[in-house]
Design a protein around this ligand. Structure first.
Ligand code: 3H9
Length: 646
């Protein structure tokens, strides 16, 4: 039974059991409506507790139903029936109450949560606004401004925050269900959220200010603007009018292109490890070694520490070791200040440092994050081969180099893998798991499990220059340079990318990251004969005159007091290079830019797919959205191209 009814004394316990996340599917909605009728009609029932089996309370509407025609009963009607019930309903929340799940809980008359529970209305992330009363009920329980930030931001809040804000009535201190039953017995009469006044309605100015601030961050995502509008109506209109308008907005957005794209990426992110090897028994991982305390190494160390691993950081001398360790502690401190690390001392106690590789003799996994140079990486792997346990996994964090060649220095290359983290590694969700030819199957399983343990999205990649993401990025960067030769300006390219939805354009991004690293890499690739034909020297010439980006005050732009200004020096270098390459340099319209950038991206992506470097087009979309800021609401380059192509 998807929805069952038990009794404890005179309290009915209505339990939803719809794995994996108790989504409010048609069967759940129908079962709940029936439970309302049954409990209302039962003279032996005085109150009702609504609980869920398994790992979580209702995590939202069933997203898989969104492409099907609407099926009765609708969630708003189910919630209305619960709210109208004459007997009090108490929601017992564990895991996550999200979207339609939280709307259901707000339709109940009382709410109690497990201390670890999280609650939110994340519909914007699926291109929607709440569709079952969220924008009307939430501001009748918590301050309207908080309701607005929760709904437009889509981020859940923790139980203790929910209690202080007024979203829930209690946090369970022992058994959630027992305490929910006690709460139900305590309250003889229902208390209906919709009958509350809006909380903090008198402070309209603060609400409007928050709304204006949020609107500025919308970029191209329709659902955020729609959510701000919907909460505005929820706060200002009579409840019944606001509910009707919310439902209409939800239904209109549900079939929008952006909602389809966001659903695509939602499911694509959950399918990246659907590889038979990922299902095998992984090797146990507890002790981790990280070689190199630069920006990347520090981020990797922090990511592991925050997720419960023991980590030893190795550096070549005391000074570098101290600098790296200090940065790790600074990273942990700032995460603790943002409430992300409940017990900083316990986390720090799992951190150790050493100069001697012998400290890694009992490590289960070692990741090298040293200078991006093949010889240096090979030397590190050769030393690790000597000191580590024979079954320890050895990983390289290289972002371009040949992982097969690095693996080949080991006496057992099957234990080598690429773990390509993105900077800052303790924040960025993407992890490219790069599989050399000889990799052992249980190493793949271990890396897959590791990505989940770290809270990251692991994507399997074959070996090639730049793997999935950097290879595609190199291709569209080269196209951006060709656009300059053909007549566009850096500012025109960046503006077009921002208008498409990227947070930052390709030239602004280079200025932010620094032009010198890519320059060193191009020199290496030129020397190796890997770059030929039509090579564009503009970026090299900027580097030759010390224009390395923001850090030197000049790159593709002049950086004056934090503002990037178009540079005459750059424009004249571009003009000279056009001449050298005998290009005409015609006038360029901004709308001509994105088709060229997207074309280069998808051409390379199709090649990556055809060569088997990426397992699927969906994996490519996941990489570009999570590692390269491709606008999520366009679904990724492959989805965007295939949708445009019909
Ligand atoms: C909504 O509610 C609209 C309402 O306002 C209005 C209605 C009228 N539906 O993420 P995981 C599947 S919009 C269907 O790996 P975790 C998922 O595909 C919705 N399936 O687990 C996966 O399947 P598989 C608002 C769903 O523990 C499995 O469950 N709600 C749904 O890392 C495990 O998922 C949201 O946006 C769903 N709603 O995280 C919440 N959710 O095993 C979306 C998950 O076959 N969900 N699945 O690959 C989440 O944020 C996370 O899944 C959650 C669990 C935090 C719940």
């Amino acid at each position: 039974m998807t929805v069952s009814i038990d009794t404890q004394g005179r309290v009915a316990i209505v339990t939803i059991d719809n794995p994996p996340v108790n989504a409010s599917s048609q069967a759940v909605r129908a079962g709940l409506l029936e439970a309302v009728t049954k409990t209302e009609d039962d003279p032996d029932v005085d109150a009702v507790v609504l609980a869920c089996a398994g790992r979580t309370f209702v995590a939202g509407a069933d997203v898989r139903e969104f492409d099907l025609p609407l099926m009765e009963p609708h969630l708003p009607d189910v919630i209305a029936a619960i709210e109208a019930a004459s007997k009090p309903w108490v929601a017992a929340i564990h895991g996550t109450a999200l979207g339609g799940g939280l709307e259901l809980a707000m339709g109940c008359h009382f709410r109690i949560a497990d201390p670890m529970a999280r609650m939110g209305l994340p519909e914007v992330n699926l291109g929607l606004v709440p569709g079952a009363g969220g924008t009307v009920r939430l501001p009748r329980l918590v301050e309207a401004e908080l309701a607005l930030t929760m709904i437009a931001g889509g981020k859940p809040i923790l139980a203790n925050v929910a209690l202080t804000a007024g979203l829930i009535d209690a946090i369970a201190t022992s058994d959630l269900l027992d305490e929910a039953v006690a709460l139900a017995v305590e309250h003889a009469a229902p208390r209906r959220t919709l009958e509350n006044a809006v909380v903090g309605a008198s402070d309209a100015e603060a609400f409007d200010k928050t709304a204006t601030g949020l609107r500025r961050k919308v970029r191209g995502q329709e659902s955020i603007a729609a959510a701000i509008d919907a909460v505005g109506r929820g706060v200002r209109l009579p409840a019944d009018e606001a509910l009707a308008a919310e439902r209409a907005a939800f239904l209109a957005l549900k079939s929008s292109d952006q909602a389809r794209a966001l659903r695509h990426i939602f499911f694509a992110e959950r399918a990246t490890l659907a590889d038979p090897r990922a299902k095998l028994t992984p090797r146990p991982l507890q002790r981790i070694g990280v070689i190199g305390g630069g920006t990347m190494g520090v981020g990797i160390v922090s990511a592991f520490l925050m997720r419960g691993f023991e980590v030893t950081l190795i550096e070549r001398d005391e000074a570098s070791l101290h600098a790296g360790a200090d940065r790790v502690h600074a990273t942990l401190d700032s995460s603790a200040k943002r409430g992300l690390l409940p017990d900083l001392d316990a986390v720090s106690a799992r951190f150790d440092t050493a100069i001697d590789y012998a400290a890694l003799s009992d490590a289960d996994l070692v990741i090298e994050a040293v200078f991006e140079d093949m010889e240096v990486k090979k030397q590190v792997f050769a030393r690790l081969d000597q000191v580590t346990k024979p079954d320890a996994i050895l990983a390289t964090n290289t972002s371009y180099l040949d992982v097969n060649a690095i693996a080949a220095v080991l006496s057992d290359p099957s234990r080598a893998v690429g773990l390509h983290f993105f900077s800052p590694a303790h924040v960025m969700k993407l992890l490219e798991i790069v599989l050399p030819g000889a990799v052992a199957e249980d190493v793949v399983a271990t890396a897959a499990k590791l990505s989940k343990s770290l809270g990251k999205i692991g994507v399997l990649s074959g070996v090639c220059d730049g793997f999935i993401g950097n290879r595609i990025m190199s291709a569209y960067r080269a196209e951006a340079d060709r656009l300059l030769i053909d007549g566009a300006s850096p500012d025109q390219v960046d503006s077009a990318m921002r208008a498409y939805g990227f947070p930052i354009g390709v030239f602004e991004m280079q200025d932010l990251a620094g032009l010198d690293i890519a320059w060193a890499m191009r020199k290496r690739r030129l020397a190796e004969g890997k770059i030929s034909g039509g090579y564009i020297r503009i970026a090299d010439r900027l580097c030759e005159i010390g224009r390395f980006g923001r850090k030197t005050g000049a790159g593709w732009y002049d950086h004056v007091d934090g503002t990037a200004l178009p540079s005459e020096v750059v424009m004249s270098i571009i003009a000279e290079e056009r001449q050298t390459m005998e290009a005409v340099g015609k006038a360029f319209a901004t709308e001509d830019v994105m088709p060229r950038i997207l074309g280069a991206m998808t051409r390379e992506a199709e090649a990556v797919l055809a060569e088997g470097i990426a397992r699927s087009a969906e994996d490519i979309d996941v990489v570009m959205v999570n590692g390269y800021s491709f606008p999520r609401w366009k679904g990724g380059p492959m989805f965007a191209a295939r949708s445009a192509g019909g």
